[in-house]
Write a protein that binds this ligand. Structure first.
Ligand SMILES: [Zn+2]
Length: 80
């Protein structure tokens, strides 16, 4: 899957993007009723949306991923 950054115009594969569960302040940066971004641009930090196919994850799945990610941080004693 390729995704294009609307901000800087570069195209990335999914594995090159910063994963959503590692994106800070995501809930403040997206419309809850809108399209779910596929990740964050590693170059400019803008949210990147899928080009053709719908976003692969539901908000519920994203919430679980974010909680798991935060649990990993806590396991290593890292505070954010
Ligand atoms: Zn960008």
């Amino acid at each position: 899957m390729k995704a294009k950054c609307d901000n800087c115009g570069k195209t990335f594969s999914a594995s090159e993007l910063v994963p959503l569960e590692q994106t800070p302040n995501l809930s403040e940066r997206v419309d809850p009723d809108g399209e779910i971004p596929v990740g964050e641009c590693p170059d400019c930090g803008a949210l990147v949306y899928a080009q053709a196919s719908p976003a692969p994850r539901s908000w519920n799945e994203l919430g679980r991923a974010r909680r798991a990610h935060n649990d990993n941080y806590r396991a290593f004693g890292i505070r954010r």
